[in-house]
Every structure is written in structure tokens, then in C-alpha cells.
Design a protein around this ligand. Structure first.
Ligand code: C5P
Length: 395
């Protein structure tokens, strides 16, 4: 994941400094080259030896090296960095960086580097809420520094509140975004639907389909990584929610319809990746119906969300379809009928395509008549291909 990338980890003197060991270890497992620098206060909480062993590199603690060493610590670290992450960052170090003070190895590396910087604050709640700390954080954000918000919970000082170092997973996600993503969708709103819908038979049973939600979640995650404000309207899936994406869970096609139509016009891009049930049950039962009583299910059509969205289309609109035969013919029929800007068509019987896989093989059919055949790729890569094409359509 981080092959050939150098991540400089700066550690400052918060009790959460011990968690930097886990961060360094995880980054190494992801194949990053890791170089650690730490303040004197950080050394009170965790030893350089621990970090040296985990990073398999010497650890910089001093600005001033003994005679005979020609390398200037902060300058060489700053130059080597593809990205710098300061975790944990105290109120003190945040204040210094915000004000341009560079009086230790961490702040001077931050000052000298041209690489992106990620800062994960960790401190007592009163310190975190202090106006000057908040102002400093805002200053850093304005300068393009990525802040990984602290979590709420029990703090080392025994109080409860916001100030605990963010989860290591979230810090790694921010490093990943900072390293690999252009924020080309900043200021754009993207709405994505994902997963299956459920249609009630009685209070116990329902009709659904095999959709895993993986494709829609990949689009939502990639759009968020590219800087968009993302709303995900999701059926019941077993995927973890995506931090930073507003997720609205729905059951039925009608609920999905109401949620999507109510918000559609606020968006720049709408991607309809959900597998919406075409039918709902007319003669539903209350409680658990006795099997003898369920003889015939009467079905009626659900509203078609994509068709409704295609009528006005104040946004770039992307539909999906899945077929087991005559893919191109059915996809172009849907493209005409439902009127999305383009439709992403996948053949359910091809190996590597479809519901539960992590890859997909699709054709993209455009209103211009152009048909693209994309090779097999991960759902994340396909999500970016879709967003690239949607971006061109933005008004
Ligand atoms: O007709 P079909 O279900 O194959 O069309 C698939 C596309 O239409 C998908 O983008 C799906 O999200 C959307 N759809 C919808 N409302 C429905 C049925 C499908 O928005 N009731």
C-alpha cells in the first residue's frame, strides 16, 4: 500500500505517545519506509529504542548531532518525507507549528518539509477546547494540513470528552488520502445509493437480493477521499460505515425513493449503485404469518428512482445494471428509458464481476452512443473511473 513511500512520524509529549509504536508498526507492515523523530517530552513517554526497533531506522531526537555526522537531521528528514505525520500532537506542538516556531527536531522538520503534513491531536479536553488551540487548528487546516480529529472517550487525566488520539486506522486513512489523492472533488456533493432493498412479507420475512453494497460503498469512499461531501443511502449490508460519509440506512425501495428524491437537487453527482427491488408485496401480514395462510404473494411495482431522477437531471447521473444475458442490448435500453448520463453495465455470469466480489468487469454506455469496455479491476479503481467520467459532466 505504501511501497516506496517514506513516512516521517513525528511524536510529541502526550501520554498517547505509546500509540505511535502501533502506528509505526502498522506503517511498516504496509511497506512504508518509516523515519521517526521525537521531542524531548515524547522521550519521557516512550523510548527511542522502541521506535528504532519498530521502524528499523535510527530515530532523530536532537537538532544538534555530534561532530562527525554530516547529515543535518531535520533537513534530511524533511527532504526524505513523502508525507509527515505528527501523532500524537500536543497543544504545544500545534501552537508552535501554527506560529512558525521551529525549536526542536519535530517542528523544524515540519517547517522544512514540502511534503503534506497530517496532524493527529491528543490532549486533555479543556486544552483541546481552548480557543487558542482551536484557532491554531483552523490556521493549520487553512494551510492545507490534514487534521485527524481526536475521539471522544475516557482521557488519561480521568475525565471524559474529546481529546483522545484518533484510532490508528483513521490516522492511516488520512496518511493514505494525503499521499495518494488529489482533492479534485472539493466543494462537490455526491449522493450514492448502495446495497439491496428489502420488501416485507410479514414482520419476520422479506424479499431481497444478493447485493453486498461493495460497489456503492467503494464509490462513496473514493468520492470522500477525493474531497467530496458524500451522502450514502444504503440498504442493509454487512459493511462497516465509512467515517466522514453521511450514511442513511433504508429498508424498502419506497424509503430509498423518498430519501433520494428529497435530497437529489442538493447534489452535483448521483450514483445509483443500489440493487433496488422491482416489486413489493401488496398483501403483507402483521406479526408472523402462518405458512398455511401464505398461499400467494401479490406483487406490485416499486417506483423507479433512476427513472424519476432522469426526468430533470440537474446533476451528473450514473445508473448501474446487471444482466445475465444480452448485456449490451438491455443496458442501452435502460440508458434510453431511464436517461442517466451513462450506465455501468456488468455481466453477472462473468467471473470477477457482480455482487459479492471485490473486482468488477463492466461496460460503460454513454448517451453519445459510445461504449467502453473496461478490463477487470478492483471496485475502488472502478469507482474512480466512474467519478472521473462524472467529473467531466459537472455543470
Ligand atoms: O432496471 P434495473 O433494475 O436493471 O436498473 C438498474 C438501475 O436502476 C440501477 O441504477 C438501480 O439503482 C436503478 N433502479 C432504481 N429504482 C428501481 C429499480 C432500479 O433506481 N426501482
Amino acid at each position: 500500500m505504501f511501497i516506496d513511500k517514506t513516512v516521517v512520524v513525528g511524536i510529541s509529549g502526550s501520554i498517547a505517545a505509546y500509540k505511535a509504536a502501533e502506528l509505526v508498526s502498522r506503517l511498516k507492515k504496509m511497506h512504508a519506509r518509516v523515519r521517526v523523530c521525537m521531542t524531548k517530552a515524547a522521550e519521557e513517554f516512550i523510548t527511542p529504542l522502541t521506535l528504532q526497533s519498530l521502524s528499523q531506522n535510527s530515530v532523530a531526537c536532537d537538532m544538534f548531532l555530534p561532530a562527525g555526522k554530516w547529515e543535518i537531521g531535520h533537513v534530511s528528514l524533511a527532504a526524505a518525507a513523502d508525507i509527515m505525520v505528527i501523532a500524537p500532537a500536543t497543544a504545544n506542538i500545534i501552537g508552535k507549528i501554527a506560529c512558525g516556531i521551529a525549536d526542536d527536531i519535530v517542528t523544524s522538520t515540519a517547517m522544512a518539509t514540502k511534503a503534506k503534513i497530517v496532524i493527529a491531536p491528543a490532549m486533555n479536553i479543556n486544552m483541546y477546547e481552548n480557543e487558542v488551540v482551536q484557532e491554531n487548528i483552523e490556521k493549520l487546516k487553512k494551510r492545507g494540513i490534514i487534521i485527524v480529529e481526536p475521539e471522544s472517550g475516557r482521557l488519561a487525566c480521568g475525565t471524559f470528552g474529546k481529546g483522545r488520539l484518533a484510532e490508528i486506522d483513521d490516522i492511516i486513512e488520512s496518511i493514505y488520502e494525503g499521499l495518494l489523492y488529489e482533492k479534485d472533488l472539493i466543494g462537490k456533493r455526491v449522493l450514492v445509493t448502495a446495497g439491496p432493498t428489502r420488501e416485507k412479507i410479514d414482520d419476520i420475512r422479506f424479499i431481497t437480493n444478493h447485493s453486498s453494497g461493495k460497489m456503492g460503498y467503494a464509490v462513496a469512499r473514493e468520492a470522500k477521499r477525493r474531497g467530496a461531501a458524500v451522502t450514502l443511502v444504503s440498504g442493509k449490508v454487512s459493511l462497516a460505515p465509512i467515517k466522514g460519509v453521511e450514511t442513511i440506512y433504508v429498508d424498502t425501495a419506497q424509503q430509498m425513493y423518498n430519501t433520494v428524491i428529497g435530497r437529489a437537487d442538493d447534489n452535483d453527482i448521483i450514483v445509483k449503485a443500489a440493487a433496488v427491488g422491482d416489486f413489493k408485496v401488496k398483501n403483507t401480514f402483521t406479526g408472523k404469518a402462518k405458512k398455511e395462510n401464505i398461499k400467494t404473494l401479490e406483487l406490485e411495482r416499486n417506483p423507479d428512482i433512476l427513472f424519476e431522477l432522469g426526468k430533470t437531471k440537474k446533476y451528473a447521473l450514473i445508473g448501474f445494471c446487471m444482466e445475465t444475458e444480452e448485456l449490451e442490448m438491455y443496458a442501452s435500453q435502460k440508458l434510453k428509458e431511464k436517461n442517466p448520463d451513462f450506465i455501468v453495465a456488468n455481466d453477472l455470469i462473468m467471473e470477477g464481476a457482480g455482487f459479492a466480489t471485490d473486482t468488477n468487469i463492466v461496460k460503460i454506455l454513454h448517451q453519445s452512443g459510445e461504449i467502453e469496455d473496461l478490463p477487470i479491476m478492483s471496485k475502488s479503481d472502478l469507482a474512480n473511473e466512474i467519478l472521473d467520467r462524472a467529473k467531466i459532466l459537472l455543470k
